[in-house]
Design a protein around this ligand. Sequence first.
Ligand SMILES: Cc1cc2nc3c(=O)[nH]c(=O)nc-3n(C[C@H](O)[C@H](O)[C@H](O)COP(=O)(O)OP(=O)(O)OC[C@H]3O[C@@H](n4cnc5c(N)ncnc54)[C@H](O)[C@@H]3O)c2cc1C
Length: 392
Amino acid sequence: MSQIYDLLILGGGPAGLAAAVYGGRAELKTAVLEAEFSGGQAARTHELVNYPGFGLGTSGIDIAIKFEQHAREFGAEIINDRAEQVDLKAKPKVITGISGTQYLAKAVIIAAGSRPRQLNIPGEEKFTGRGVSYCATCDGAFYKNKEVIVIGSGDSALIAAVFLTRFASKVKIVVSHAEGGLVANHRVIEQANANEKIVWLWQSVSKEIVGSDKVEGVVLENPATGEQHTESCDGVFCLIGSRPMTEMFGDTIELSESGHIITDEKMQTNIAGVYAAGDIREKYLRQVVTAAADGVIAATAAENYLAMQSTLAELQSRDKLLITFWLPRAEDAEEIVSALEEAAIAKYGEMAKERKSTSQQGELRAELGVDKNQPFAAVILQKGTLIDRIYP
Ligand SMILES: Cc1cc2nc3c(=O)[nH]c(=O)nc-3n(C[C@H](O)[C@H](O)[C@H](O)COP(=O)(O)OP(=O)(O)OC[C@H]3O[C@@H](n4cnc5c(N)ncnc54)[C@H](O)[C@@H]3O)c2cc1C
């Protein structure tokens, strides 16, 4: 029988590896399933100079290596496998890899990030790997003294275009807006404008990638006039954003309109014990630092969830039990809690008693359905089954 992980993390990018550091550190049996290589999109970024503490001269790979080493140091296992099928409602949760291996886990963090969006135009699929690329860092060096076209005009596309000028003799940027209508960081725009190798192709929409056995050009259309022409090039970089990797979850996980996973502030999804972290979730800012932060929040929430599951299992083995939730430092705390205990015993007879701090037991209170507006509450259980809740 397969071993059961406390915490299984799907994806070894910044979010997944940061979660693994915290999972391992909390002594949870933690594993990361990574389909390709550790570091995710960060590892494909040539310069990554805005992660606090890592300044100029840092590459994405530097950070990715450090994240992975750190996760391993704390005992997390990194497994090279692609999660293909999931049963997240089962107990334990079941994840099947492309290798055919089944992984069982008590809690899961989804940190599978996103993939580059495709243009979906003729020629794109045919020339992928033969002149069509989605990663300037990975493929830029193949275009020494050649001409390339960058399709896309957001921050990532412009940063990539500037990077490509290290190799290419000319970099043409295809922009659908009219001149001046760029929506990108002004410093990135300035850098691109100042670069003599960069040529802007304004008001142009890519219609087809053409060539014989390798890319020779892109057919562009002016949306205002409908006029078309072929712009020659040796390579095309498609940099029009990304889509979250959520296909494998079908409709079991709640998604936003843009297809990202909806979580609460603890990274909890709509399924108990399942969390989402990083670029795959609906959020305001998708960066390495926010992905890592999501990962550590998710791992901490998963740790608390697992602790609560063992508390609930322990409660099931107990006969009649009175738990009083209280705030020990509140005014009249002792009087209120004693009155609650007396009321419970008067109604249900003598039983074992335990006091638990309201401020530390939020998850147990929620699990037992205690009103969150009532800091003091008595809960009577029989073999883990709720008999009654009494409030002051
Ligand atoms: C061109 C570019 C430049 C960027 N520059 C910066 C920058 O300068 N600074 C910055 O802070 N951020 C930058 N970012 C954003 C940053 O890279 C992301 O926000 C960050 O990598 C997100 O981390 P993540 O762990 O959520 O996802 P990802 O980095 O996407 O990692 C997800 C991981 O999950 C794996 N995976 C996917 N599906 C599966 C599966 N089914 N089974 C197992 N594994 C799976 C993938 O292989 C990948 O390794 C840039 C992004 C791009 C594309």
